[in-house]
Design a binder for this molecule. Structure first.
Ligand code: C2O
Ligand code: CU
Ligand code: CU
Length: 516
């Protein structure tokens, strides 16, 4: 897992050549419907009262296509929301104007290898990278973020992320709330110093547990207030945090009505008390305010849950833990999760909704949202691929391996283009209870959860899981085995699967898979 900066850069240069060649060869076929420029640069944002915060951010410009393709998130460091339609051909010119190498990944989209943002394609500051792909995904809430080698965590944390919304005809026919009645919420936790600057640390403890902030922002703002009307809203929520899990709920006990997950709409709306949203996951909610009195206030909250339901509780080990020598100052390794001012599982108020005016509108969502093809059956005799998630020697592993060489791929990580396999992630942990929930993400297509087994009986995060739809990131709880139906992309090439706790990813809890 030692990759020198020089090697990363030379890969970047090679990638530009590859992309350019691909573009010239495909010139006659590829006439983009939409062409964008997306620039990553340093900037400044007013997040807390007082001094502005230095951030890294995406800004965008439409070169070709309707101006509605890009919608800036007002008053935020977040990148513009990109709105695309299924079937569109898209060209995006990424301009890296950061001091470090970077590359953009379109999380959840099924795109050709050269457009997937693999770290080997990272380009230096001052360089560009051209993406070309056709939008083949279902309508849904996707997102984009950097994916450079061992730097995804700090770059996303610095502010580089944005939503990417895909629409299609099936969804449009439902006439779901849109415009002013469609709300977007990107949830991210951050830690600030006394002069309002972002603090990020990569101590061994932070890398092992994942970095947690002490303030939770929504759309880059602390405790936003939304002034709404007496009608129904569609609320698209992205957990854009590096490591924090949320157990979403409405403060007045109204159940959450789930319309969709990572890969788009469910077959029908699903009502449940909580929604457990792991890093990188999205949820699409319906909230009906038509029966509310004026001035009603409802908070979007993250409900409390025990630290051990999702994280490592090392508090009992104090300075006597394996890392006792390094953890002394902060009171032991557990400090990262149990000892901060906002430990994992602490209750959080995310945003406040106020019913401010009367308006007529929809109240109930459509009974039927979409139809899934459930015909797939595993071919007889095809083995289930088991991927144990383990911890040893202070590192997390997938199937006993970590991300090493940029192109390295094992034989059980080689799959046929367009084929479907069963992959089973087994949260096996390691010695001394070194086990935590891992949000596992597979690039390319959306997959489905076929089943879960094991897991601690009373894990309160389980009641918030939404397993009924298509997804690209699945939370594997401690001790659990999660069985997935994974349809692989039909594009040949090298793609990634990894834990989306960004510190785990950067640390090497990531592997290539090769589509042939
Ligand atoms: Cu959202 Cu490989 O990442
Ligand atoms: Cu991804
Ligand atoms: Cu992990």
């Amino acid at each position: 897992m030692t990759y020198t900066r020089r090697e990363v850069i030379s890969f970047g240069a090679m990638a530009v050549a590859t992309a350019a060649t691909a573009r010239v060869q495909g010139w006659s076929q590829f006439t983009p419907d939409v062409e964008l420029e997306l620039t990553a640069q340093t900037g400044r944002a007013q997040i807390l009262p007082g001094r502005p915060t230095d951030v890294w951010q995406f800004t965008g410009r439409v070169i070709k296509g309707p101006s509605s393709v890009l919608a800036p998130v007002e008053g935020s460091y977040l990148g513009p929301t990109i709105r695309l339609a299924r079937g569109q051909k898209v060209r995006i010119r990424f301009a890296n104007r950061l001091p470090d190498p970077s590359i953009v990944h379109w999380h959840g989209l099924d795109v050709p290898e050269a457009a997937d943002g693999h770290p080997r394609f990272a380009v230096d500051g001052g360089k560009d990278y051209v993406y070309e792909f056709e939008v083949t995904n279902r309508a849904g809430t996707y997102w984009y973020h950097p994916h450079p080698h061992m730097q995804t965590g700090p770059q996303v944390y610095s502010g580089l992320a944005g939503m990417l919304i895909v629409t299609d005809a099936e969804e449009a026919a439902l006439s779901l709330p849109s415009g002013a009645t469609e709300l977007l919420a990107v949830i991210q936790d951050r830690k600030f110093d006394a002069s309002n600057q972002l603090v990020y640390s990569t101590t061994m403890m932070d890398m092992e547990t994942g970095f947690l902030g002490n303030r939770v922002l929504v759309n880059g703002q602390a405790a936003p207030q939304w002034s709404l009307a007496t009608r129904a809203y569609r609320i698209r929520i992205l957990n854009g945090s590096n490591a924090r899990l949320y157990k979403l709920a409405w403060s007045d006990g109204t159940p959450m009505t789930v319309l969709g997950t990572d890969g788009g709409l469910l077959e029908q709306p699903h009502t449940q008390q909580y929604v457990t949203l792991a890093p990188a996951q999205r949820v699409d909610l319906w909230l009906d305010l038509s029966q509310r009195a004026l001035d009603t206030r409802i908070e979007l909250q993250s409900a409390a849950f025990p630290l051990t339901d999702g994280g490592l509780d090392m508090s009992g080990m104090g300075g006597m833990g394996r890392m006792g020598g390094m953890g002394g100052m902060g009171g032991g390794r557990g400090a990262a999760m149990a000892g901060t001012s906002l430990p994992l599982g602490a209750p959080i108020s995310l945003a406040t909704l106020t019913v401010a005016r009367r308006e007529k509108g929809l109240s109930a969502p459509p009974a039927r949202l979409s139809t899934f093809d459930r015909s797939w059956q595993p071919a007889p005799g095809v083995p289930v691929r088991q991927v144990p998630l383990t911890f040893r020697m202070m590192e997390w592993f997938m199937a006993g391996r970590a991300f090493g060489e940029m192109m390295e791929v094992a034989s059980d990580e080689t799959v046929k283009a367009g084929s479907t396999q069963i992959w089973e992630f087994v949260n096996a942990g390691g010695p001394m209870g070194m086990q935590m929930a891992h949000p596992i993400h597979i690039h390319g297509r959306q997959f489905r959860v076929l089943g879960r087994s094991g897991g601690a009986p009373g894990n309160s995060l389980r009641e918030g899981l939404v397993d009924g739809g298509w997804t690209d990131t699945v939370l594997v709880l401690p001790n659990e085995t999660v069985r997935l139906q994974v349809p692989f992309t039909s594009h040949a090439g090298l793609y990634l699967y990894h834990c989306h706790i960004l510190e785990h990813e950067d640390m090497g809890m990531m592997r290539n898979f090769k589509v042939i």
